[in-house]
Each structure stands twice: as structure tokens, then as C-alpha cells.
Write a protein that binds this ligand. Structure first.
Ligand code: ZN
Length: 132
């Protein structure tokens, strides 16, 4: 397993991690197979979505904030229930096919680290499985 760090910049932050993941895949020498990108945190997640128009991730943040407000009479004493809920909505892992040593993402797709209780220094774990 390989890992790298991500420094998030605000409470809610979507960070494109294509370059770091592609570099790890190159380091492993994986040519054909699949990788899992796993986020080992309870208030952050990962998703694959559009990279062309930054308004898409901005709108995703807006919609998530509308759906899950920061305050709302929650019970969790740490005060970050909204971040836990949004992390589960995005999910803690994503899979990407690797072919010819390259991530097989669609033209407009990128991997985004999704911060919901930042800013913090976070980790991303990556594990590749060879097709054989
Ligand atoms: Zn908490």
C-alpha cells in the first residue's frame, strides 16, 4: 500500500488528487488492474466528478451544505456531525481501472479528495491489484 498527504485549505474543500495517485501508480509499476483510493478519515471522503468547470465542485459543496447544515440540533458532542454525514455521502473509497500504466478516467473526470472538517493535513491510501 502507498500513501500520500493532502493539506486542505478550508472547512469544506474539494482537492484534485489525480496527479498524486497517477504518480503512485507509476511507482508501483502496475500496468493492468485496478486501484482503490481509500480515505482513512471519518470527516473526509473521495469522489469522482467533473474537472473542466470548477463551478461543478463549488455547486456540490453548496448542495451538500444545504442538505446537511453545520448546525441542526445534532447529538454528537464533537460538533462536527455535518462533516461525518457528508463524508458518508461521498464515500471513503473509489476504484479506478488502470490500463497501460495509466488511470482510466473519463475525459472530464477527476478524483477529488473531499474535506468536510478542515483545514487539516489528511492522508490518502492507494492499493493496486494487478489483473495478472
Ligand atoms: Zn466527530
Amino acid at each position: 500500500m502507498k500513501r500520500f498527504k493532502v493539506q486542505t485549505r478550508s472547512r469544506t474543500d474539494f482537492i484534485n488528487i489525480d496527479r498524486q495517485v497517477a504518480e503512485l501508480v507509476a511507482d508501483t509499476g502496475l500496468r493492468e488492474g485496478v486501484i482503490t483510493v481509500f480515505i482513512p478519515h471519518t470527516t473526509a471522503g473521495v469522489t469522482i466528478n467533473e474537472n473542466a468547470d470548477p463551478d461543478v465542485t463549488a455547486d456540490m459543496k453548496l448542495v451538500l451544505d444545504r442538505a446537511v447544515p453545520w448546525t441542526g440540533g445534532y447529538s454528537h458532542l464533537e460538533g462536527n456531525t455535518a462533516a461525518h454525514v457528508k463524508a458518508s455521502m461521498m464515500g471513503s473509497s473509489a476504484q479506478v481501472i488502470v490500463s497501460d500504466g495509466k488511470l482510466q478516467l473519463g475525459t472530464w473526470q477527476s478524483l477529488y479528495f473531499c474535506e468536510f472538517d478542515g483545514p487539516r493535513t489528511r492522508e490518502v491510501w492507494v492499493k493496486g491489484i494487478s489483473e495478472g
